[in-house]
Design a protein around this ligand. Structure first.
Ligand SMILES: [Zn+2]
Length: 297
């Protein structure tokens, strides 16, 4: 089983007290490297062209310049240091390498990266996110003539940036399970895009099987008579019990259950998961390892 990361992803540091600490990814990489049968590969940074499919050039120029000048506030809750721009490119590069691998082999792959991506808008940083990695992958998959791209977002927060980028695209379907009402405030069930968005807002504190079942039913609805040819996952682990930024109750085995069900229902469809949130490092790492192992077993 293969996991991809970017060499620069650990160097992004929004400062003390910010939830997106380098220790999150450091703990994940340590756990992946000590788990049997998982190769962790360092990918090359993303080419700007791939990112320009989703983001305005002037916004990307601003992010690069701010980082080059030592850092600053690029957007709400999104603080840059001198390494943040290269970290963002490194993260997207690892996600693209995971997509390459999955499309070339028909297998599955995980991108262990930070900063996360699913709140980033085409012209604006938001919610710790600079570049929207999963949206870049969806566009890239369409460019490579994949007709039906399914995005599943199981982060505890709604993937508002992803939805905004794909909600008019008939080749892409977006299913999101998230806490409601909660940051960022979008993701009502009535937000359907062109009929390609399937939002599943849920209360916190429910039993884990309720969340597992609800997301699965959403996936079944989204793929009724619509067989995806690639599955992309915005894999957030802040939906786990005990996360400081969410009130869901998931355990590592719940992520494994979803992956196993996806593999059973969509045999031979490549799955690419990109890491999003998860702010209790040891829990995050356990969730990632369970996901990656389920991709293989
Ligand atoms: Zn989140």
């Amino acid at each position: 089983m293969r996991a991809f990361t970017g060499r620069s992803c650990l160097a992004h540091n929004p400062g003390p007290g910010h939830p997106d600490q380098p220790a999150r990814l450091a703990t994940v990489l340590e756990s992946l490297r000590s788990a049997p049968g998982i190769d962790v590969v360092a990918a090359t940074p993303a080419p700007l062209d791939a990112i320009l499919a989703c983001h305005e050039r002037s916004y990307l120029d601003r992010a690069r310049a701010m980082s080059a000048a030592g850092g600053g506030e690029l957007g709400t809750d999104t603080t840059l240091n001198a390494d943040s721009w290269t970290a963002a490119l490194g993260a997207t590069g690892a996600a693209l390498a995971a997509l390459d691998y999955a499309l070339a082999t028909g297998g599955h792959a995980f991108a262990a990266i930070r900063p996360p991506g699913h709140h980033a808008l085409h012209h604006r940083a938001m919610g710790f996110c600079i570049v929207n990695h999963v949206a870049v992958l969806a566009r890239e998959a369409v460019r490579r003539e994949r007709q039906r791209v399914l995005i599943i977002d199981w982060d505890v927060h709604h993937g508002n940036g992803t939805q905004a980028m794909v909600e008019h695209d008939a080749a892409i379907r977006f299913v999101s399970l998230h806490q409601w009402p909660w940051y960022p405030g979008t993701g009502a069930a009535a937000e359907r895009g062109i009929g390609n968005c399937f939002n599943l807002p849920m209360s916190p504190g429910l039993p884990a099987p309720t969340y597992v079942k609800t997301l699965w039913r959403g996936i079944e609805r989204a793929t009724d008579a619509w067989q995806p040819d690639v599955i992309l996952i915005s894999a957030g682990y802040d939906a786990m019990l005990g996360d400081p930024l969410g009130g869901f109750t998931l355990e590592p085995t719940d992520y494994a259950t979803w992956v196993h069900r996806l593999r059973e229902r969509f045999a031979d469809v490549p799955i690419v998961a990109v890491m999003e949130g998860g702010y209790a490092p040891a829990r995050l790492a356990a969730g990632v390892v369970a996901t990656v192992q389920a991709m293989e077993a």
